[in-house]
Ligand binder design. Structure first.
Ligand code: 6PG
Length: 226
């Protein structure tokens, strides 16, 4: 059962981005003070991109950040539609995170190899500190799509039939995404109204299956709420 801590509603997507940026920095400060580093899982999407741009001008000890990804499209390494390339150009190229702390999903190798390598990359992660996730118009999150079957024990899921191109992707599984101290869903725009309504009604959408023990926080703009 998914525990929702709070729906944080804002007038605009820019306000959502500003609020999430502030909360990410708080989360980083706490993780670095308590455990010496900050393990964050990044999301793709337009509001996350705004958040990454805002993070560039914040004060934090970037040398302690460790960057993981929730999902990735199987595309060539330099393809602009990869989440890792969006995160690099908006954030990672502009701050001093050691290259050895950045764990892109190597999906240029295809889903089988990429998933195998990513299972190894996250094998030592006891728990993430913060997972960021968006939501698609169909209620998907990361690359976990409605109607797809999932092995509940796997840590990284291979996707061959994504309804949104490209068909081939890899994604952290629901179990892995829930292994975090905090989780923020970032939901903006009027195309999200229907899945938000269904989520609130308890429809079994992928986004509703991510259930960290500490609960989830939803940052949403008024356009996404009917
Ligand atoms: C994909 C999309 C998707 C995206 C959401 C939210 O699966 O191909 O990248 O996962 O994150 O659709 O996107 P926005 O934040 O841009 O609304």
């Amino acid at each position: 059962m998914q525990k929702i801590n709070q729906w944080h509603q804002f007038d605009t997507s820019t306000q959502v981005a500003e609020a999430v940026c502030e909360r990410i920095i708080q989360s980083a400060e706490r993780a670095i003070a308590d455990r010496g580093n900050f393990k964050i899982v990044l999301a793709g999407g337009s509001t996350p991109e705004k958040i990454y741009q805002l993070l560039v001008d914040t004060k934090t000890d970037w040398s302690k950040w460790m960057i993981y990804y929730g999902d990735e499209r199987c595309l060539p390494a330099d393809d602009k539609d990869r989440n890792s390339n969006m995160a690099s150009s908006s954030l990672l190229e502009n701050v001093d995170i050691p290259a050895s702390h950045i764990f892109p999903m190597p999906t240029e190798l295809g889903a089988v190899s990429a998933a195998e390598k990513y299972r190894q990359a996250i094998a030592d992660v006891e728990s993430f500190d913060l997972v960021l996730l968006g939501m698609g118009e169909d209620g998907h999150t990361a690359s976990l799509f409605p109607g797809h079957l999932h092995n509940l024990e796997e840590t990284v899921h291979e996707v061959y039939n994504s309804p949104k191109p490209p068909a081939e992707r890899i994604s952290l599984s629901a179990k892995t995404l829930a292994n975090t101290r905090q989780l923020f869903f970032i939901v903006t725009g009027d195309s999200k109204r229907e899945p938000v309504k269904q989520w609130k009604q308890g429809v079994d959408l992928p986004i509703a299956t991510i259930s960290p023990v500490s609960g989830v926080d939803i940052f949403i703009d008024s356009a996404a709420i009917s």
